[in-house]
Design a protein around this ligand. Structure first.
Ligand SMILES: [Zn+2]
Length: 354
């Protein structure tokens, strides 16, 4: 494995960021190339922990001649967000300089199939140069995994609809609980920018998207970071890479999806908002089924007073995917994501959240 420390120049004198890039070289030029990054939302750590265990496994495969496809790994994809603290709290989701979500506004190809990427010396903000560099590093890889997590959550994947069900192998290897299939953009998240580029290339070459995989993997919730889960995720990713022929395997058969796996189009997601501000008492947890009208949470507005708590009910029957990690909420904040049995909206363009 070769490691390079790249420098992303900051916007002011004396400031620079480091991007660590690991490269492993496969022995078979015909095997799929893979790109994996973690920590793009810098406050989401399960992916970083998983790579802590996956990287030595891949290094060993490379040393023993079992690595077929080349792999690029960026375990800390967002050194800018990693450095943002405000009064002791870490702020890793939005750039404090521009207010832009670190996983939005990636450059996507235009109608002509060409992307406007910023070079390392372009006179633009560091996060723009970082985004372009991450896309360059993922370029030409048919397998691209962006490791994230949600607030409190089961493990689930965002998947471009044309790649489903082929990508069910990844969900099965990870033992994931759900997949959200999107078909009309995600506010230019990294995944969308990569997928659009893959699609443009396939169109250009007259090929198809078979064998491609690009996803935002939500490795459960922000606090689901421990050695057991990280090892399990690393082993799942390794198994997936074996199944795709990136790493040689005696048995490349992939496991089955969980019997209760939920795969739905993203327009099934009910974003349940807080009807009042206050203290949340949840009555359901991620992974549970709910019925229409079932109380899923109470918000305590006036503690101890008659009528001092506001009940929140499920708008339809479905599956609780995520819930808010903090228990103090503003009116209008998202409380839960529920995958409805029926479509929640006629169509959904853009990301579920800011
Ligand atoms: Zn994220």
């Amino acid at each position: 494995m070769k490691t390079e420390i790249e420098t992303i120049a900051g916007e002011t004198p004396g400031v620079a960021y480091q991007l660590t890039v690991h490269r492993l070289t496969g022995s078979d030029a015909g095997a799929p190339r893979t790109y994996i990054q973690a920590g793009l939302h810098a406050d989401e750590r399960p992916g970083v922990a998983a790579l802590h265990y996956l990287i030595p496994m891949l290094e060993q495969a490379e040393a023993e001649g079992r690595l077929l496809g080349s792999i690029t790994l960026v375990p800390h994809a967002n050194p800018i967000g990693a450095a943002q603290h405000l009064f002791g709290d870490h702020m890793g989701r939005f750039s404090m300089g521009t207010r832009v979500n670190f996983n939005r506004d990636f450059p996507v190809p235009g109608k002509d199939g060409v992307r406007a990427l910023d070079t390392a010396t372009a006179p633009v903000f560091a996060e723009r140069r970082l985004k372009s560099r991450l896309l360059e590093l993922a370029d030409d890889c048919p397998i691209v995994l962006d490791l994230h997590c949600d607030d409190e959550s089961v493990q689930y994947l965002y998947v471009p609809e044309p790649l489903w069900p082929e990508m069910a192998d990844l969900a099965a290897c990870l033992d994931a609980e759900a997949a959200l299939l999107w078909d009309s953009g995600s506010d230019c998240a990294f995944e969308e920018a990569v997928f659009e580029q893959m699609t443009a290339r396939a169109r250009e070459s007259g090929g198809n998207l078979s064998g491609h995989c690009v996803t935002t993997v939500e490795l459960r919730g922000q606090n689901d970071v421990d050695a057991g889960l990280a090892r399990k995720d690393a082993e799942g990713l390794y198994r997936f890479l074996q199944g795709r022929g990136v790493v040689a395997a005696d048995d490349s058969a992939t496991p089955d999806l969980r019997a209760d796996f939920v795969a739905r189009q993203i327009r099934h997601v009910e974003m349940v908002e807080a009807p009042a501000g206050g203290t949340i008492l949840f009555h359901v947890a991620p992974g549970e089924r709910v019925q229409a009208g079932q109380m899923v949470a109470e918000i305590i507005v006036d503690p101890g007073c008659s009528g001092g708590a506001v009940a929140v009910t499920a708008p339809q029957a479905g599956y609780v995917l995520t819930r808010r990690i903090r228990r103090f909420v503003r009116m209008g904040d998202n409380l839960l994501k529920i995958i409805g049995d029926n479509q929640a909206v006629a169509s959904r363009t853009g990301a579920l959240e800011d």
